[in-house]
Design a protein around this ligand. Structure first.
Ligand code: APR
Length: 248
């Protein structure tokens, strides 16, 4: 592993344009559970019953009770971990340009990253389904669900539910980032959900080096990633930053 840490640090120092694609795994060390695998949310509840837009429109109270209430309590308490802080450090050093995240927890922004594409939206804001009025999720009164707008319509979280399209601007920008980067760090994603999982494939095809960080191999590991560093993102990012700063 140490060789891969050194190799990654050296590559990052020499790079011109580094991007990162992140998933739920990067926030596990901030006590936010992943969706799949051991302890995954979808191991306990059916995403098509509770995280699909049709389910939300049909019965928003059920979706709040079973999924969103818990998400709010966990995200309200969550703090950036060493992996988030490591990516913020890479931006400060002028190495990392853009993060494309599938996470809705805004921990990258809280860590200090300034260019974050929220590919699956965010959970920090609610938006009225009629007049687009917005308010912060942390102000939602969990005793009065679903939250209602003055216009009489209900609010919905600004995250992308299953059954919804990714906003075209976010797809376009993410594809641009993939085509222009010379290194893409792929951290904490199972790489099974499209179109996000296709972004490293695009980057690879345009000549970028793909470096995965994950305790497990993924569908990208065999044919797309140049190498994978197996382990927890927090500790690995700490080691990469320490190694990298020794080169600077
Ligand atoms: N550090 C790095 N990676 C980790 C860690 C850790 N500490 N802990 C777990 N992982 C890895 C797991 O091995 C797994 O590959 O993170 C990945 C989490 O995978 P998922 O739970 O499937 O999350 P993600 O890939 O982000 O899911 C994609 O699916 O449910 C939808 O919209 C939701 O954005 C989400 C999308």
């Amino acid at each position: 592993m140490d060789d891969l840490i050194k190799k990654t640090a050296k590559k990052l120092v020499l790079a011109k344009n580094v991007a990162a694609l992140t998933g739920a795994g990067i926030s596990v060390e901030s006590n936010i559970p992943p969706f799949r695998g051991p302890g995954g949310i979808w191991e306990k509840i059916d995403p098509m019953q509770y995280a699909h837009i049709d389910a939300f429109i049909k019965d928003p109270v059920k979706v709040w009770d079973v999924l969103l209430k818990n998400m709010k309590e966990i995200i309200d308490l969550a703090k950036p971990n060493d992996a988030h802080l490591g990516l913020a450090r890479l931006e400060k050093l002028g190495i990392l340009k853009t993060i494309i995240t599938q996470n809705v927890d805004q921990l990258h922004q809280k860590a200090g990253n300034t260019d974050v594409i929220e590919f699956h939206g965010n959970f920090a804001w609610q938006r009225c389904m009629k007049c687009n009025n917005r308010f912060e999720t942390r102000k939602v009164d969990l005793t009065k669900l679903p939250p209602q707008c003055e216009c009489g319509e209900i609010y919905r979280p600004e995250c992308v539910f299953f059954g919804e399209m990714i906003p075209p601007d976010d797809i376009e920008r993410s594809e641009q980032v993939a085509l222009e980067c010379d290194i893409m760090l792929v951290i904490g994603t199972s790489a099974v959900v499209q179109p996000a999982a296709h972004i490293p494939v695009l980057a690879k095809r345009s000549g970028a080096t793909i470096i995965e960080i994950n305790p497990e191999r993924t569908p990208l590991t065999k044919n797309i990633s140049d190498w994978i560093i197996i382990g927890q993102a927090g500790r690995i990012m700490n080691n990469i930053i320490a190694e990298l700063e020794a080169f600077l």
